[in-house]
Design a protein around this ligand. Structure first.
Ligand code: NAI
Length: 385
């Protein structure tokens, strides 16, 4: 099957590479020739690096690089069996390209979006034949991150879901099907990793370095929340938080933080601007954490139970099942353990008690324990058998 990718930026170029490495002919389209040239150079560099590492033979390298076709016109998508759109995150622009695409491709061609924050139903509404519309959400960098969220819209046919899930799994990716709800799985469940860390900082409980130390040294996470936000970019991370908050009708669980907003407003985006929560300029000395074990344990447990509460809500609201949440968080954002397996290990009654403590201390809706957690804890049950 020929695969089309629309948009050759960060995500599009990566998705096109994944498809080509899995034996497909790929048409990569972008309105901007400079972006296409950059994507092409990136592909050549990346594929040659894999040959140097011994992961690919010279013949495979030639075959993969020969599989790409770079184009500025959408008409080149004509013979594709699947087109994945990865252009600017703007519903009006996406609508216009989906209408154009539908006039070019065959009636059996599946049309997908890699959107992070728009609903698949809203994008699909532009199509005449909307049962072929689906969300295929890759993580950055697409060639390296194993998770792909597959998001059927209300319009999507069961056949489309099955075909896409099968295809993405054949690309050696972990495909997890989830509901068309804001943030899908990862961008919803991960919110407290940032939000609760920021809250702990804002309350003056600990500084950035100490919170990061607690989550890495005690929690076993690869990166602390502030290091990770600086890596993602505070502009990008804040935009996701704000979009999730608005999309959930301003549920206080997702309330953005003034600290992050001010960092964004100041241009302290993180690594890319040389300054975020930390200073990345040459010669700058990173602050040392206060390595108080008791404080570290408090920080880690508070953030972890909030993550577990959110993961539970995704199951409670049927976004996906417990296995799906755990796969998503380990394969999409490298969490050291699946959150719900982690909860099982700790004991759901213990987790619930900690959330109830926060709720009674603060009296804020943000800390309300999820009903499913209560139900399972009461019945002495677990998420996983
Ligand atoms: P990007 O800004 O790097 O690339 C977008 C590309 O689309 C640009 O090269 C632009 O020239 C091109 N483009 C814009 N309008 C076009 C049109 N009408 N026809 C053809 N090409 C057009 O954006 P990025 O980061 O790759 O994001 C793309 C999509 O993927 C967005 O929907 C975003 O929400 C989603 N996404 C982004 C992730 C990330 O970490 N950057 C992660 C997962 C999803």
């Amino acid at each position: 099957m020929k695969i089309g990718v629309l948009g050759a930026g960060t995500m599009g170029a990566g998705i096109a590479q994944v498809a080509a490495q899995n034996g497909h002919s790929v048409v990569l389209v972008d309105v901007n020739q400079t972006v296409l040239d950059l994507a092409k150079n990136g592909h050549v560099k990346m594929i040659h690096r894999l040959v140097e590492k011994g992961s690919l033979t010279n013949a495979e390298c030639d075959q993969i690089l020969g599989a790409f076709h770079y184009a500025t016109s959408m008409s080149d998508l004509k013979d594709c069996g699947l087109v994945i759109e990865a252009i600017i995150e703007d519903l009006t622009v996406k609508h216009s390209v989906f209408v154009q695409m539908e006039s070019i491709v065959d009636s059996t061609c599946i049309l997908a979006s890699n959107t992070s924050s728009l609903s698949i139903a809203s994008i699909g509404s532009a199509l005449k034949k909307a049962d072929r519309m689906i969300g295929i959400h890759f993580f950055n960098p697409a060639p390296l991150m194993p998770l792909v969220e597959i998001i059927p819209a209300v319009q999507t046919s069961a056949e489309t879901v099955e075909l896409v899930t099968h295809l993405i799994s054949s690309w050696k990716k972990t495909a997890v099907v989830c509901k068309d709800t804001p943030g899908f799985i990862v961008n919803r469940v991960a919110r407290p990793f940032y939000g609760e860390a920021l809250r702990i900082y804002e309350e003056g409980i600990a500084d950035f370095a100490t919170i990061d130390w607690a989550m890495t040294s005690i929690g076993g996470f690869k990166m602390g929340p502030f290091t990770l936000m600086d890596y993602i970019g505070n502009d990008v991370n804040y935009a996701v938080t704000e979009s999730v908050f608005q999309s959930f009708y301003f549920d206080p669980r997702f309330k953005p933080s003034f600290t992050q907003k001010r960092h964004k407003e100041a241009g302290y985006f993180g690594r890319k601007t040389g300054r975020g929560y930390y200073d990345y300029s040459e010669g700058a000395i990173l602050p040392s954490p206060c390595e108080d074990q008791e404080l570290g344990k408090y920080i880690f447990e508070r953030i972890l139970v909030m993550l577990i509460n959110e993961a539970t809500d995704a199951v409670f609201m049927q976004v996906t099942d417990a296995e799906g949440v755990d796969l998503a968080m380990t394969k999409g954002v490298n969490y050291p353990k699946g959150l719900l397996r982690w909860a099982d290990e700790i004991g759901l009654d213990v987790v619930l008690l900690k959330i109830e403590d926060l709720f009674s201390e603060y009296g804020e809706d943000r800390y309300r324990p999820n009903p499913l957690l209560r139900k399972l804890a009461r019945a002495n049950e677990k998420f996983h058998a």
